[in-house]
Design a protein around this ligand. Structure first.
Ligand code: ZN
Length: 144
């Protein structure tokens, strides 16, 4: 049984991989007649003798593109292992953080900016609150 909640909604629409496209991608990756390296373990795959699938080098769930250049043949066994040991944990992590991997939506303070309690906003680090407090210890709750 597959827990559907554990899988990610696809940000990239997952088109059906036609046999023609599958073999086209295989051919593009061929290093010998009907043989292409597995993109996961590097061992050769034989087009007719091995079980193989087209693997997305960058998972769709991690915003990989559904393009031929993002695809390469892989042994079924290797792909299954990768999906469960690598991609799904990465995808879950990306989901937990609420942002797609790679583009962090987290707020980051620009360089040279500090938070001024007095002004209750971010100010340039080289801007002093006021001349009178210069040299005096600053305290967020200081009454003046
Ligand atoms: Zn392999």
């Amino acid at each position: 049984m597959i827990d559907r909640k554990a899988t990610i909604a696809d940000p990239t629409p997952r088109g059906r991989m036609s046999a023609k496209r599958r073999h086209h991608i295989f051919s593009e990756n061929c290093t010998a007649h009907h043989v292409a390296p597995c993109c996961l373990c590097g061992q050769p795959i034989h087009r007719h003798n091995d079980q193989w699938i087209i693997e997305h080098k960058r998972a769709l769930g991690l915003l990989g593109k559904d393009t031929n250049t993002n695809c390469a043949p892989a042994h079924v066994a290797c792909a299954t292992e990768k999906t469960h040991k690598h991609d799904l944990p990465m995808i879950r992590k990306a989901k937990r953080q609420g942002t797609p991997k790679q583009s962090s939506g987290r707020f980051r303070m620009p360089a040279g900016v500090v938070f001024s309690w007095k002004r209750r906003r971010y100010v340039r680090a080289d801007v002093k609150d006021s001349p009178s407090t210069e040299g005096a210890p600053t305290h967020p709750y200081q009454l003046s």
